[in-house]
Structures are given as C-alpha cells and as structure tokens.
Design a protein around this ligand. Structure first.
Ligand SMILES: [Zn+2]
Length: 216
C-alpha cells in the first residue's frame, strides 16, 4: 500500500492501526534496489573487525555493508593494481598469456596487484620481472582507470610506459607465455582497462609534437 501524503510530524500516517507506507519510503526502496544491482555478488559478508555478519543499509546516499555490532559501515574500495605497456625497439608490444582465471588463456599486459609498502611504479616493474623476466625502467604514466573485478568488486588499474629494459623474455609467475606483438597482429586482449591503455599508447604516437625541444 502506497500513500503519497506526508503527516505533519513526518511520521507515517495510520489507518485502522496499520502504518501506511509513505512516498519517500517507496522512493528509497526503489533507489536501494537500483544501487543493490551495482553491488558485486562477491561483496563482503563478515565484519573485518568482529567477524559479525554484515547487513545492507542506506548510508551517505548508497547502499553500504554495515556491521550492526560495531555500528559502523564497512567501506568497499577498488583494489589497486599496476601494469606496463612495454615497447621494444621495433615498436612491438609485450603481452603475457594468462595461466590462471580470470580470462585464462587470453593475452594481457604484464601486471598485478600492488603490495603494501610498494609504490605503484615498484609494483609495475616487479610484476614485469616476475611475469616476463625483463628488468624495465618506467618512462611515464599512461593512465589510471577502474574496472569491475571477479575476485574484488572493483580494481583501480595504473599503467606505465616502459621503453627501456634488459634481459630475455621468459614467461613466469602466472604467465603461460610472453611475447612481443606488432600493432597489426595484436591478439584479443583480456581486460577492458588494458585495451584502453594500449589504445591510449598508440593514439599518442599520432599526436603532433607540440612541445619545444628544450621543454623540461
Ligand atoms: Zn563488526
């Protein structure tokens, strides 16, 4: 039962002793349903601090996980990861073939999650070394984006360009294979974020050089 009237007190009106649902309550439920659709199925189930089961509550304009025992919302944030766009002297792009899910068997940029105590740059070159055997030097930041994850609700991905490196390409860690590909022969790339960084890299190649030679 829906009633668009609002009692002067702001409390639900009653008819025959039954509380009547107000319009704002219906709007709230509609909003909640929409926001719930955005939440990951893998959303956290227990409190980090006291292990109590969590509930959903509308807090700060969206549905959040809430611990009724600690009386605090448990915020879910994107997990940070770093990857590298490595280009060799022939302009070819380095890719690794994934040995593990998600997207097992597909190609992607070398990369992985940032460990505590690491800078994003350190994580990027460490992952490059682990997955391809190469020691790389970061040239510059290509971009930052967020994407949905399968193990985590969302991942914040940071990409760096590497044009100077040493060593021999040997697939390692969770990579089945590692190889350089010419732009015209790139395979399907596993992740949308990686596709976007590759597009950004190739699009910058076509930009006119607008900065003076002595810039920087
Ligand atoms: Zn708790």
């Amino acid at each position: 039962m829906v009633d668009g009237d609002t009692a002067p007190s702001g409390q639900p009106t009653r008819r025959h002793g039954v509380p009547r649902i107000q319009r704002w309550q219906v709007d709230l439920v509609t909003q909640m349903t929409g926001l719930l659709d955005c939440m990951s199925e893998e959303t956290i189930k227990f409190c980090h601090f006291c292990s109590s089961p969590l509930e959903n509550r509308p807090i700060e304009g969206r549905i959040r996980r809430y611990c009724p025992r600690c009386r605090i919302p448990i915020y879910e944030n994107p997990v940070p990861a770093a990857c590298t766009v490595v280009i060799d002297h022939r302009g070819r792009l380095l890719l690794v073939k994934r040995r593990v899910p998600p997207k097992q068997g597909m190609w992607c940029l070398p990369g992985g999650f940032i460990e505590c105590g690491e800078t994003p740059e350190q994580a990027a070159v460490r992952e490059l070394k682990e997955e391809t055997g190469l020691d790389g030097r970061i040239h510059h930041l290509i971009g930052v984006t967020t994407s949905p994850g399968s193990l985590y609700a969302a991942i914040l991905v940071i990409a760096y360009l590497v044009t100077r490196f040493s060593g021999r390409v040997i697939a390692g860690d969770d990579a089945d294979d590692a190889a350089f590909f010419p732009q015209a022969e790139l395979p399907d790339i596993a992740f949308e974020s990686h596709q976007s960084f590759i597009r950004i890299y190739y699009s910058t190649l076509d930009l006119p050089k607008q900065l003076p030679d002595n810039y920087g």
